[in-house]
Design a binder for this molecule. Sequence first.
Ligand code: ZN
Length: 686
Amino acid sequence: MCRFAALLLVFVVAPAWAQVVSPLQADEHTLLLYRFDGDGPTIIDEGPLGLHGRIVEGEERRPVDAPERVEGVCGKALTVGPRQAIVPASTPDQLRGMDALTVEVWFRTANEDATHRQRIVLYWEHYLISIFEGGRLTGHLYDQDATNNPIRGHSPIVPGRWYHAALTWDGQRGKLWLNGREQASVRMTGTINAAPGSGLQIGAIGDDWFEGQIDELRISNVARTAFPAARQYDFCRPSETLLVSPGNARMIFDPIVTEGVTSITCTASLGELPEATATIAGDSLEPYADGMLLGHVPLVLDLPEGLVGTMTLHAAVSYEHEGEVVRAALDFPVTVEPTVPPPPVEFRGAWTHSHRIDDPEDIFSRMAAGGLNAAVMRVRRGETAYYNSALGPISNIPFENEDLIEECVAACRRHGIDLHCYVNNFPVGSPDSEYAQQMRAEGRWQKNARGEDVAWLCPSHPENLDLVEAAMVELVRDYDIAGVQYDFIRYGGQEVCFCDRCRANFERRIGRAVENWPADCLPEGPLYDEWMDQRADLITAAVRRTSAAVRAQDPDAIISAAVFAMPPERAKLTVGQEWDLWCREGLLDALCPMSYTADNAAYEETVRLILEAVGDYVPVYAGIGLRSGNQVMRYPEQLAAKINMARRLGAPGFTMFSISPVTDAPETVVIPLRERMLPGDGRGEE
Ligand SMILES: [Zn+2]
């Protein structure tokens, strides 16, 4: 409780609408604490070791005599320029070899180049917090063997905004936190590397410099699990920053306050629109940590037709504590664009999985309620079927229902949904099964460059190609479905398949033996390009014969493929998937790129490049990450943004991954868009 006495004071004396957070304290776990509030060249360490620091520049570590201090999130912050770093007087033993760790820091970058790596906290081969890989926050932890355990965040860091970053490790799991919320984690045991190394730097004097401001840095020998100051600062987030009008903007408030507060007033506004206000009653606040309370309320703003442009969403909270009014505010830049009307005929699809469906009526009626007209349902993974298949001994029939697909077909027909079945073509579905192990013994699995078996079917084995083909043909032969879709029609990565059969094929292809196997075929090797060609050709050959056989069985079946959403030349090199060729050659009737990225700019760029590559050959139904590993949508405006972009770019449809039968996604995300964005049935016959 006493830790937050200071917090209360700061809040109370703060001017109206200022952004203030509680100062960090040195407690029994603190090793180092820089608050940057003093004057002059010395950075005062308020921790027990007294590791006062200096700001230095370049490899020669020239002292910077008059470092710039500006207003920070809590008192003053220090400006750090290119090739400048704050270095403590020394990096003693206590700062390494720990069995638990927290590094926490506030930062605001001034560098606009998302490809430039910025080291915010740099203790090389011990622990790092960086802006990395497309402007994402990244943490690195190194164990006693100096083994690197990276933790990659997913939110882009925007220049000019303050953020709180924390890297924690409790002896079992390392976690990366952004603004007090966990972003990602990694498993690591042992201790932090105990070797002295090159010493702690805040910022970097080398090539990976940080540029901007640093505030409130604390290093501790315990894994902290709550960051109240960060959560105080980040009390509200917009659900989406690309908005569609007419439509909604939504602000999610979750303010943190000291115990004793009886109500919190939350206000959201956008431009000249009337503001929205809600009050969180004190008795609905939940305990957070250390005598703090957490509230939650979403506020929805109506965006009228005609509202377009770049504008600012403004969020504010105010509450009374011990007779004083406390206020805080945040601004978020947003873009509002007009709703693009749907094309008269539009593929509105969702992927789903047969092994999770025990009530076809339930799942497909809910899809139809959202205006969807297509379902793409997985029914097989390699040798393992999730339906009553005659192919192979492994049919894991979900819920013991031998008529599952027939029932799905009937339910889809009742609700005006086209049912497409999809197959994970090349992965081994049940690697530990006797049958899959038998396939392995027969040389049907792939091998990596070290000659180890990989649980994927090798595309040069004739029986594997028979299986890929027969599985797709069986579906259009035995069931009255709209089409079939290839999925995992590729390799698992770059370093496969190096089996004897693939090698013999390759030597026949180039007309000579490979001198250094497999080195000559690896990325630096002289035969790499030709090897990449053969790899892709093997997959393409599987598509050629399978599509021909499916068409011979059912000329009306739509043949589609779920493919890597990246430039086609990169999909070929990464996983041997030459989907642009398949489209140009007429092997597919539709393409469903798995463009599941949450980032709107990346989504737009990806969908555009795929439409440019093959949009003249086949309809492209842009993938949308509804509930995927890359994006978990909770609000309708998130889906509205992606659908609107797909329509604006000219895509004739979209496919969402995924609507599982147990999800609330139809009710919370899709159905609310029915009237404004998903009218009619998308079949041109309203
Ligand atoms: Zn092979």
